[in-house]
Write a protein that binds this ligand. Structure first.
Ligand code: ZN
Length: 118
């Protein structure tokens, strides 16, 4: 692994789409990694666009990293982004999340505005 620590340095940019398929509702939670880091294999279903609407767990449908910024036509545009918290974002995290980030993990947030680069 590269050096760790959420406080220093700009995160390395990534542009990887991942699709999580819900075991309960069958919906897709589509995410994009905007920074390099570790994302989980399972995720709480966010297919509706909000966390908590469905209590199912969604499972990664294809491994991230294989096809950067590629997605099949049946996959909707990503609604969630994985990012590496730095600076004030990092300081807002609780201790468990800081440890997660220090180990190279990413945090998730809804994509509030569509970026022109996508
Ligand atoms: Zn679901």
């Amino acid at each position: 692994m590269a050096k760790i620590g959420g406080m220093t340095g700009a995160p390395k940019l990534a542009n990887r789409i991942n699709v999580y398929t819900c075991r309960k509702c069958g919906g897709y939670t589509v995410t994009i990694e905007i920074h390099e880091g570790v994302t989980p294999f399972m995720l709480r279903c966010r297919a509706s666009g909000r966390e908590g609407d469905c209590c199912g767990m969604a499972e990664s449908s294809y491994p991230s990293g294989e096809k950067p910024s590629w997605k099949p036509s049946w996959v909707p545009d990503p609604a969630w982004e994985w990012f590496k918290p730095v600076g004030s974002e990092y300081r807002k995290l609780n201790r468990a999340m800081r440890e997660h980030v220090d180990k190279g993990g990413l945090d998730i947030r809804p994509i509030s505005r569509r970026k022109s680069t996508l």
